[in-house]
Design a binder for this molecule. Sequence first.
Ligand SMILES: [Zn+2]
Length: 535
Amino acid sequence: MESELTNFIDSLEFRIKPLETAANMAYFNAAVTGKDEEYQKSSDLNVQLSKIYADKESFKRLKAFKESGKITDSLLVRQLNILYNTFLSNQVDEQKLENLIRSQTALEQKYSTFRATVNGKKYTDNEIENVLKTSVSSAELEKSWLASKQIGDSVSSDVIALVKMRNGIAKELGFANYQEMSLKLSDQDPEEIERLFDELDSLTRPVFMKVKNEMDSVLALKYGISPDKLMPWHYQNRFFQEAPAIYNVDLDSYYADKDVVSIAKDYFSGIGLDVSGILERSDLYEKEGKYQHAFCTHIDRSGDVRVVCNMKNNSQWMNTLLHELGHGVYDLNLDMSLPFYLRSPAHTFTTEAIAMIFGRLASNPLWLQDNAGVSADEAVKIREGVRSNLRLEQLVFSRWTQVMFRFEKSMYENPDQDLNRLWWDLVEKYQMIKKPEGRNNADWASKIHVALYPCYYHNYQLGELLASQLQAAINTRILNTGATDVVSMSNEPAAGEFLLENVFGPGARYQWNDMIKRATGEELTAKYFAAQFLD
Ligand SMILES: [Zn+2]
């Protein structure tokens, strides 16, 4: 049975590998050039790939392997699980899938063409965010915030229809609802994830209340009102998912006259993770028609790793480049002798965690001192402000992810409930901001992720938790310092070695929590995140 499975996997790899490589290459070229034909090529290749994974005969065989109980070799068990989940998620009635894709595309267009209207004038999301960040007039803030929510009511029935379609597919595949399916197929136990969010909630609640009180007094002063009059539009972001700027921190000046690409290259080389090959293959600077954000791709699961960026010498792009190169060193240092299907990170959130460990360095005063020529005096001077700012960012984001995770879970359990009310109950409970009196609108539907990138948001938070847990392990085991001490790891090849041996090398050989336990001695927990940012 095991040799039969090995043959099955080999012949699958034989068909998948060239297609997957070509699809990744086409996507990279599309992003870099913006050319229609490359986008077309990329989507055609992805359709071909999904057809292979939709094959009913192959799925039947995988099911038989799984149910035989005769597959015991640990590497084969892991490959079988990964393939089974991939095939299962593609075993959907073609008509249902097509309807879903069509509805999603139509809705995507509604979101991207929507413009908030204030006093008859149309505003982009960026313009609205800019008003929320800079205006000090409560009346203007309120109008802009309300305008940013207009999209909600106009798409809410479409979103509910989508949710029900997704639930229909999930039920057909034997799951209670789409949220449960989505987590289980990505190898996450819904109850375990909920326990982590509960743990995170109880760890962050007291300190969030304290910091939020401090923040409220600063904001009240700024807007000339009393703290109890603060409304959702006073928090400088449509969803209060980012920290308001209440500390005076400007890191851009440290990077303005530097070459952030060579800073990153030298830093990684100092910890024994050479990124020069990645940088040579990458596309780093702005171009006409090019994709405007950033990503990292492993083209062939054999070491062709590249990033796409639009570099500027400022703190945001320093963070982004370190982040993408974090994904890059993970992919590049996978044990290439592992079978094809295990040559990937243990989970999408584990590679996110590595990216976050490195991205966070861009606003780390010690790191600035070691890598960007900031003087020791200057580093001491900015330390408090940077730390307070980082803490506020992490706290605000973590409370927001509580809302997203719990809203999606409950919405997929019962899409017919009063979702407007569910949303505000969660916002009040976790973000601790007030619902405007009598408000009964589909504010939840103004968040595009709820509609179009379902049941993924929690992974950003899990990545933050793991980043802190791994950092704590590096601090205590490798650098012999306190778990929560601020470190830069500069010129500490042992830190790179730790990640290489315990995280990158193993790839997907172990289930993610198994990998985390082997690397840190504990399964994923919120306590290191709490310890790092909350005291
Ligand atoms: Zn990332």
